[in-house]
Design a protein around this ligand. Structure first.
Ligand code: HEC
Length: 204
């Protein structure tokens, strides 16, 4: 019994040794369970060289959506696509926040604001974020300043989406709904909005 075990383990070690010897450089040696490395599943984007998809263009497995297709629930992205010009900024004053200042929207706005905006604007919007107090960045206007208090929410939406002077754009970080939530939250910092009793939740 002992002898058999010894023979089997020596054989096993020998095979492992030979297998590992063949490895090196570009050659990974003998692969154990190669499907763990090279999936049999179709790759959606890559153009498979040895097994190209003969039906779709470019041998791709996933079909490109027809031009001008809008993903479900993303109409907002089109609705708020504006030019980046001073005229478009002025025109954005007419945009109205489509969301209720519900507790949920305000809480979500606060969460997103705390993540993205506090480094400059500060937790209370008083332009005392860490990079400003460190002297590394000029202070943005404080939210309780006359200037921001009188800035229409449409313009705030526009500036957050497309950026303004030293402030970068957040249109690729926050979707339109999220920007409107942040605008509601800023309004509470400005003191122009208070939460309405509404428990509607938006999952977007
Ligand atoms: C890197 C620093 C920085 C960050 C981060 C930043 N801002 Fe700003 N923000 C500024 C500066 C600077 C201005 C002043 C721009 C100007 O009018 O020249 C500004 C202006 C604004 C204004 C006024 C826009 C207007 O039309 O006058 C709003 C509203 C605003 N920021 C909201 C936000 C929100 C919301 C976020 C996070 C999603 C954010 N900011 C992130 C620096 C920043």
């Amino acid at each position: 019994m002992k002898k058999t075990f010894l023979i089997i383990s020596t054989l096993g070690l020998g095979i492992l040794f030979i297998a590992s010897c063949s490895a090196g450089g570009e050659n990974p040696g003998i692969e154990y369970a190669p499907n763990m490395y090279t999936s049999f599943a179709y790759e959606p984007m890559t153009q498979l060289a040895d097994e190209p998809n003969t039906i779709n263009p470019h041998g791709m497995n996933m079909r490109k959506a027809p031009n001008h297709t809008i993903a479900r629930g993303q109409m907002d992205f089109v609705k708020y696509t504006m030019e980046v010009t001073t005229e478009a900024y002025e025109a954005s004053a007419g945009l109205k926040n489509p969301l209720l200042a519900s507790e949920y929207n305000l809480a979500e706005g606060k969460r997103l604001y705390n993540i993205n905006c506090t480094p400059c604007h500060g937790a209370e919007g008083k332009a005392d974020g860490t990079i400003v107090t460190d002297g590394k960045y000029p202070p943005p206007p404080s939210y309780d300043s006359e200037r921001i208090k009188t800035t229409p929410e449409g313009k705030m939406f526009y500036s957050i989406k497309y950026g303004k002077n030293l402030m970068g754009p957040y249109g690729t970080v926050l979707n339109p709904n999220q920007i409107w939530m942040v605008v509601h939250y800023i309004n509470t910092l400005k003191g122009t909005t208070t939460a309405v009793a509404d428990s509607t939740t938006i999952t977007n």
